[in-house]
Design a protein around this ligand. Structure first.
Ligand SMILES: C[S@@+](CC[C@H](N)C(=O)[O-])C[C@H]1O[C@@H](n2cnc3c(N)ncnc32)[C@H](O)[C@@H]1O
Length: 212
């Protein structure tokens, strides 16, 4: 069984298993473990909820990997949370939902989503679209994937959606942001003083993304 971490966020204990994928190599396997961006975003969510309450809202996480930010939303009063990723990561995502069942107060769905698949037959599974909140953690590293990511974002949100993006500064991140803008999105960086004082780092940022 994959590595397991116990994490307390906003006073709620959560357990997050890495996926059982051996060996964890190759770009297809990037979601097998919990990344630092997800930890930073997860700890920001209870802080953000003071000014943007999640109560009764619908939330979707794209490229959820092990699903921590989405699961934290599920402890903050969201009505429904949808965790998405590529099909091979869904069993592990479901295990993390089950492992935290007693802590979660929201209905949680786990659905496959390959970015850019905007066929009506795919999107019709996402009954809550446009979602109230979209979460994206550590998805900006491959510039060629950003147009497809934007297409999915447009299919699942609208100009009223609160879109939170956590990124880690890496080679190529600046180029990814350029493509995000070319595809009609702008952003405002959340001030470091607004983030959890412990769970932040110099090379990780959180942005509020909006339609231009
Ligand atoms: C670096 S991992 C981040 C995982 C998780 N969000 C976190 O921060 O811990 C990138 C995630 O994006 C997913 N991903 C990458 N390309 C994708 C695509 N074209 N369609 C759907 N998911 C994709 C991967 O499967 C992986 O879960």
């Amino acid at each position: 069984m994959g590595n397991c971490r116990e994490i307390e966020v906003g006073g709620k204990p959560l357990v997050i298993y890495d996926h059982d994928i051996e060996p964890p190599t190759g770009s297809d396997l990037l979601g097998y473990c919990l990344w630092d961006c997800a930890i930073t975003l997860a700890h920001y969510l209870p802080i953000n909820a003071r000014s943007h309450p999640l109560s009764g809202k619908t939330v979707i996480e794209l490229g959820a990997g092990t699903g921590l930010p989405g699961l934290v939303s599920g402890t903050l009063g969201a009505a429904r949370v949808t965790l998405t990723d590529r099909p091979h990561l869904l069993p592990g995502l479901r295990r993390n939902v089950e492992a935290n069942a007693e802590t979660l107060s929201s209905e949680i769905k786990v659905l496959p989503l390959e970015w850019g698949d905007d066929e009506e037959s795919t999107l019709s599974a996402f009954g809550d679209r446009p979602f109230d909140v979209v979460l994206m953690s550590d998805l900006l590293y491959d510039v060629s994937a950003v147009p497809d990511l934007c297409r999915s974002l447009k299919g699942l949100s609208d100009s009223h959606t609160e879109i939170l993006l956590a990124y880690e500064l890496r080679f190529g991140t600046t180029e990814c942001f350029k493509v995000l803008r070319e595809n009609g999105f702008g952003w405002v960086k959340v001030g470091r003083e607004e983030l959890d004082p412990v769970w932040q780092s110099e090379d990780i940022g959180i942005f509020r993304v909006s339609y231009l």
